[in-house]
Design a protein around this ligand. Structure first.
Ligand SMILES: Cc1ncc(COP(=O)(O)O)c(C=O)c1O
Length: 413
């Protein structure tokens, strides 16, 4: 983790000439993952040079503004509302729904957790709240539980790696502030049984969150493309909040996600922080941060408008074709895909799988490692269709030559 051991660096006494500065920056960057070459399988979601150009131009226009104050920069407030509205429409939020943009999936989830905790306290008198999530739920839920003082309760997974509904029934009780499921989850790319989980929660008067950070901008376009998509959005009764990341499969640059509340302004009040007990005037914010970068808001708005439904459908088709080629290629090599992933996320295991990962590292491919069971993990982006042949050829080689693993730790990056 950055920041553990501080380098022996102090602020230079004199400024650095620009040429020297940028030569240094470029040199430093050569050690970073080659995402443009399609070598990374998470973290960045490349969708092509035309999308990059749109993102850059939007960033450039809004590099310096501050999204904290909607009165100074009304264009930002408008764009943010429009991004939220476009997302709400895609996810079939009913009229009167509300929401906000956040800095990313983690903040969207943490806001949903905080709102649920405060609602449980105010509306049901819950003082020792629990948060009930599948074992495969993103760590953002655990982070939210830790930050906001909830007890995390994990729902075990079924054989198909989706949350076990029967087990969930025993875990939800009077203390439960929120139940959640993923669409799809990060580790296996499968969609939890959202209708069953949401119905269980609703039957006990508990809100339910669908984490569509990955699927929010994938599943709706799969549906438009005529693919079968498990129910996951606000059309499912009992789903009260959702998170969807524009900075994943919306292809925006980092710092753009949406949190949505089915119940509108009344619930958004719980998310809002208003303060005036100081000499600086009324301070209001829906975000965890104070000052907020404007560029991600503008970039998210721009890419959504630029691609439109047909642009996203085109990209989702590319992703699905690549993902299916990878699943097939992986199985042909005698490896096993975990669960039945719906879209872009694939985890696979097999003999000496961690050593296979080491050899793929040596060839410059960046695959995340998982445990329980040991597995390699990838998330397909549109631009991966350019490298899938090479990837599978290298994987074949790695499987044939895998010896002892170097013992790279299972990690999430
Ligand atoms: C299913 C899921 N939820 C939430 C998140 C958190 O998103 P972020 O990294 O933008 O905070 C991720 C990130 O990969 C994810 O895969």
């Amino acid at each position: 983790m950055a920041g553990m051991d501080l380098p022996d660096t102090s602020l230079p006494e004199h400024g650095t000439p620009r040429e020297e500065l940028f030569a240094d920056l470029r040199a430093r960057k050569t050690a970073d993952a080659d995402w443009r070459g399609g070598r990374t399988w998470s973290l960045v979601y490349p969708a092509g040079e035309d999308v990059d150009a749109v993102l850059k131009e939007a960033h450039d226009l809004y590099l310096y503004e501050n999204a904290l104050n909607p009165f100074r920069f009304p264009s930002l407030a408008d764009m943010e509302r429009e991004v939220v509205a476009m997302t709400a429409g895609l996810l079939h939020a009913p009229a009167g729904a509300s929401g906000s943009m956040t800095s990313g999936g983690t903040e969207s989830i943490m806001q949903a957790v905080r709102v649920a905790r405060d609602r449980a306290r105010a509306e049901r008198g819950v003082t020792e709240p629990t948060l009930v999530v599948p074992r495969s739920a993103h760590p953002a839920f655990a982070k939210g539980a830790k930050y906001f003082g909830l007890e995390l309760v994990q729902i075990p997974l079924d054989d198909d790696l989706r949350a076990d509904v029967h087990a969930a029934a025993d875990l939800i009780d009077d203390r439960t502030a929120l139940v959640a499921g993923s669409a799809p989850n990060y580790p296996h790319g499968v969609v939890d049984p959202i209708p069953e989980l949401a119905a269980l929660a609703a039957s006990r008067g508990v809100p339910f969150h669908t984490d569509a950070c990955v699927g929010g901008f994938l599943l709706p376009f799969m549906e438009r493309a005529g693919r079968e998509v498990p129910p996951f959005d606000f059309r499912v009764p009992g789903v009260t909040t959702m998170s969807a990341d524009v900075h994943k499969y919306g292809y925006a640059t980092k710092g753009a996600s949406v949190v949505l509340h089915r119940a509108g302004e009344h619930v958004l009040q719980y998310q809002a922080f208003l303060y005036q007990d100081w000499p600086g005037g009324l301070y209001g914010s829906l975000a965890l941060a104070g000052a907020r970068p404007a560029a991600p808001v503008a970039a998210a708005w721009a890419v959504l408008k630029y691609l439109g439904v047909d642009g996203y459908v085109k990209h989702v088709e590319r992703i699905l074709a690549t993902a299916s080629a990878i699943r097939e290629g992986v199985r042909e090599l005698g490896l096993r895909v975990l669960g039945d992933p719906v879209a872009s996320v694939i985890a696979f295991t097999g003999e000496r799988i961690m050593a296979v990962g080491d050899l793929m590292d040596d060839r410059g491919w960046h695959l995340d490692r998982q445990n329980d069971p040991d597995a390699l993990h990838l998330m397909v982006s549109p631009e991966h269709d350019r490298v899938v042949g090479q990837f599978l050829a290298d994987l074949r080689d790695a499987v044939a030559n895998a010896g002892e693993s170097r013992g790279v730790q299972a990690r999430y990056s």
